[in-house]
Design a protein around this ligand. Structure first.
Ligand SMILES: NC(=O)c1ccc[n+]([C@@H]2O[C@H](COP(=O)([O-])OP(=O)(O)OC[C@H]3O[C@@H](n4cnc5c(N)ncnc54)[C@H](O)[C@@H]3O)[C@@H](O)[C@H]2O)c1
Length: 330
């Protein structure tokens, strides 16, 4: 960690247990370094946990020269970003992502958030990290469902920005280190292209800014309804299918777009029985929360990005029905 400020390591409890032998001794020996072990659950992304972490930083003498190092998945990374942004109005932040979704998405991002009042990511900040260290070796101990979850975001990027890559990434060996390295590198390239297009152009490039939101309106609602039971990327995969079904019914996307989406996400093992555990009306109520319409970034064709559109509850119901019907046939 550069500089001579204090180093605060916020580490995922499973990662500390599984990988601690590679770093615990060095951290304990350093007089610059203190450690906080967090049990990562979606329910840990809360104001209460944020309060505990910021209290630990302040009690340890954190100042603006201090660095918070987040070692873990998206939960640790999201809450660390909040803590780094808020503590004394900002300290340095380094991400060491240890899940696939964090390596390709949440850690190479500028957003931090916690859930609040029953709303996923309700409170958030923009606080870019000073560095991100991606080591695919961590993924060798990740369970299958969280590896698949990473592929939900990877295939979303592929479908929207680079369909040939999506066709390839849907069929790579799941835990092969060489394939993982190539998939991560390519997805980071797609994500960087996206950021290069929007950085500093937050308002006039709203269309591009929304690119990565495809599938996320429905995914967020599913996650709230099945809190802690549903890895994020699996929710995104289903959200992408439902929202593309809405696009098809609207006449914005050809049936072949939805067919390819289902084919590739299904081939990767991402389309599970998840929607069977969720009632349409509960999902619609969670998406709209009393509003007449919601804004969605809909995929219009493979590789063609998204169109921002106001969607009604009736359209979402129809999209859900079409999705359930097609998933039963697949
Ligand atoms: N742009 C963004 O900010 C963004 C993007 C995507 C996801 N997210 C957020 O990220 C969260 C999901 O991230 P996640 O799936 O990484 O969840 P997570 O942090 O809960 O990690 C998933 C599980 O894997 C375990 N784990 C982590 N690293 C491991 C390793 N190397 N070996 C074995 N087990 C390991 C954790 O203990 C946890 O049980 C959600 O809250 C989502 O909203 C944010």
């Amino acid at each position: 960690v550069p500089g001579d400020g204090a180093v605060f390591v916020l580490v995922d409890e499973t990662v500390s247990r599984t990988w601690g032998h590679t770093f615990n001794a060095e951290w304990s020996a350093s007089d610059r370094c203190s450690t906080y072990v967090l049990t990562a659950r979606e329910s840990s992304k809360s104001i209460a946990t944020l309060g505990d972490i910021t209290a630990w930083l302040l009690a340890g003498g954190a100042d603006n020269a201090s660095t918070l190092v987040a070692v873990g998945g998206g939960v640790v990374g999201n809450i660390a970003t909040m803590a780094a942004s808020l503590t004394l109005r900002g300290c340095r932040l380094i991400h060491v992502p240890t899940t696939l979704i964090a390596q390709v998405d949440s850690a190479v991002d500028v957003k931090g958030s916690v859930n609040h009042a029953g709303v996923k990511n309700a409170l958030g900040v923009i606080h870019p990290p000073d560095a991100v260290v991606v080591d695919p070796q961590f993924l060798m101990t990740l369970d299958r469902s969280h590896l698949l979850s990473g592929y939900g975001e990877i295939l979303k990027h592929g479908l929207i920005q680079d369909p040939d890559f999506a066709r390839w990434a849907a069929h790579t060996p799941l835990r092969d280190p060489v394939a993982l390295r190539a998939v991560i590198r390519h997805t980071l390239g797609l994500k960087t292209q996206h950021y290069d297009a929007i950085v500093g152009k937050w308002d006039e490039r709203r269309h591009e800014r929304l690119l990565t939101h495809a599938g996320h309106v429905v995914a967020k609602a599913c996650e709230v309804l099945r809190l802690d039971a549903l890895p994020h990327g699996i929710a995104v995969a289903h959200g992408l299918v439902v929202e593309t079904a809405v696009a098809q019914l609207r006449g914005l996307a050809e049936p072949s777009t939805l067919a390819l989406t289902i084919q590739l996400l299904g081939a990767r093992g991402l389309l599970t029985t998840m929607l069977e555990g969720i009632r349409d009306e509960a999902l619609v109520a969670q998406v709209f929360r009393g509003r007449p319409t919601v804004s969605m970034a809909l995929m219009t064709a493979p590789g063609a990005g998204t169109a921002e559109t106001e969607v009604t509850a009736e359209e979402l119901r129809a999209g859900l029905q079409l999705t359930r019907c097609l998933l039963r046939e697949a």
